[in-house]
Design a protein around this ligand. Structure first.
Ligand code: RTP
Ligand code: MG
Length: 172
């Protein structure tokens, strides 16, 4: 198409101009700030060799990996991480489950990556998590006291800041 000519899509069959092109000078620009999220591949996901698959999905979505560590978390770290759940029936089984093996801890970055990763992860209950999500594709009910659901992701900017301080104090 020659420069300066209106696009074909804006012309009718007889060539009449149907609609002027959208004005770009009056469009409100909405920007969102880059944020970070703390992602964990839990011991069930790690043992099944799913760390790579989780990282692949994060990168395929377009988020950046900031830092990554493989470790076996102790109960003290997990108690800080899951402080909001203290006293709930699944709290002790959750700490047992999370401390029983290695996890891959990752900080990811990108605009709205906190809610974006929660969408990639799917619902907490892996039986109900939709196919196409990490928990929906790889998780299931194993008849245990606590849901083993492959991944954790921060649920708010406040949680993310708090959790990154727990897992990667050098970044805080
Ligand atoms: P997460 O914190 O791990 O990303 O998961 P979430 O926000 O989707 O779920 P949350 O309510 O914060 O629960 C933390 C983890 O505890 C286990 N859980 N088991 N009734 C149960 O069996 C039960 N409820 C929660 C899950 O591993 C959940 O991810
Ligand atoms: Mg949570």
């Amino acid at each position: 198409m020659r420069s300066g000519m209106p696009s074909r899509r804006s012309r009718g069959r007889r060539g009449q101009l149907l609609r002027s092109p959208p004005r770009t000078d009056s469009v409100a620009v909405v920007t969102t700030r880059t944020e970070r999220s703390l992602v964990l591949v839990k011991p069930d996901g790690f043992t099944r060799g799913l760390s790579g698959e989780v990282l692949r999905r994060i990168e395929a979505k377009g988020y950046t990996l900031v830092t990554l560590s493989i470790l076996t978390p102790d109960r003290e770290r997990l108690a800080r991480h899951y402080a909001e759940h203290e006293g709930k029936p699944f709290y002790e089984p959750l700490l047992d489950f999370m401390s029983r093996g290695q996890v891959t801890a990752v900080v990811i970055e990108g605009q709205r990556c906190i809610e974006g990763f929660r969408a990639l992860a799917g619902a907490t209950d892996p039986t109900m998590a939709l196919p196409g999500t990490i928990r929906g594709d790889f998780g299931r009910d194993w008849g245990l006291d606590v849901q083993q659901n492959i991944v954790h992701g921060s649920d708010s900017p406040q949680s993310s800041e708090r959790e990154i301080r727990i897992w990667f104090p050098e970044l805080a």
